[in-house]
Ligand binder design. Structure first.
Ligand SMILES: [Mg+2]
Length: 327
């Protein structure tokens, strides 16, 4: 199968980097979310914990927890599920997480998962929520967790775009939320397989024509920067712009280019507002480009979170989703 051949050439380190980068951004931004703690004057975020819940230093929040839920839903019997994407399995993992009463659930996600707790169809509940909250279906809560979809479909864009939209729509019914997930997944694919951060633009090919020009304009705004322009960023468009601008406008040290991951994540958190989510989004792309090896050892040692995983467990899950053998 074409997709298996493509995956064979993708580096396991970059595949692991996608989920570890997202988790690192999440845990780094958690304490500063919506101004809970002041951003350090030296411009370097710390994994201080706290924020919107009693999070421990290094603990990831809803962004990575829901990312893990999607990844788990793409795995069956300890292996990548090769029979295709089971949306019901992903929804069941969302509900498992929600039943654990997490302290920080986004508004749309909370409304939809609460409605679906009794077995209602998630996507239908999401559409119902959109009817009553016209802007509520375009929050950044789908984009923040989309990375495993890219890993599952590396090199197979049509399927990647279809799954990205379908998984977004489990909680976020606005088409803009799905669009953002498509763009980011294609960007992650390019980062992992082609060593570049600018592949988000390639995703425009999978945006319906009636919205493509608007998205091209939004991407151009991010390219013009600066990243700090994109706040508030609870809506999926400025969240994507903030994350991408942080990646594009952070210059790497020529002597140590992979330090760009670390520097860009500090910048992403420093934008403010929904700090952990913007940094989680950025981290998935940066981790795909620079690999797990670019995650500072101190961060890697601290990372942990629902459902009882540490960095090694998350790395292993990333490889399983992508269908890559243990290192
Ligand atoms: Mg969060």
């Amino acid at each position: 199968m074409a997709d298996r051949a493509e995956q064979a050439v993708a580096s396991p380190d970059r595949i692991e980097g996608v989920l570890l980068g997202a988790a690192a951004g999440d845990a780094l931004g958690a304490g500063y979310e919506f101004g809970c703690a002041p951003f350090p004057t030296d411009g370097r975020a710390r994994m201080i914990g706290g924020g919107l819940g009693p999070f421990a230093p290094g603990e990831w929040t809803d962004d990575t927890a829901m990312t893990v839920a999607i990844a788990e839903g793409l795995v069956a019997d300890g292996r990548r599920a090769d029979r295709g994407v089971d949306l019901a399995a992903i929804g069941a993992h969302f509900l498992d997480w929600f039943r654990a009463d997490p302290p920080d659930v986004g508004n749309a996600t909370r409304a939809v998962l609460a409605a679906a707790r009794d077995g209602a169809d998630l996507a239908r509940a999401a559409r119902h929520h959109l009817d009553g909250h016209p802007r509520g279906g375009a929050g950044n809560g789908a984009l923040m967790r989309t990375a495993p979809v890219a890993l599952y479909h590396l090199g197979v864009e049509a399927a990647m775009a279809e799954t990205a939209r379908a998984v977004a729509a489990l909680t976020h019914a606005d088409p803009l939320a799905g669009d953002a997930c498509v763009l980011w997944c294609v960007g992650i694919d390019r980062a992992v397989r082609e060593d570049r951060l600018d592949g988000v633009r390639d995703g425009l090919a999978w945006i319906p024509e009636e919205r493509r020009e608007r998205w091209a304009g939004w991407l151009a705004e991010a390219e013009a920067g600066p990243p700090e322009r994109f706040r508030p960023n609870g809506f999926t468009v400025p969240a994507l712009q903030a994350a991408w601008a942080a990646c594009l406008h952070t210059v790497a040290d020529e002597a140590a280019p992979d330090r760009q991951l670390e520097v860009a994540l500090h910048r992403a958190v420093g934008i403010g507002d929904d700090t952990d989510t913007v940094a989680a989004i950025a981290g998935a792309l940066l981790g795909g480009r620079w690999g797990a090896a670019a995650i500072p050892a101190e961060w890697r040692a601290m990372l942990h979170g629902w459902p009882g995983l540490d960095a090694d467990g998350l790395a292993s899950l990333a490889r399983t989703v992508a269908g890559v053998a243990e290192a």
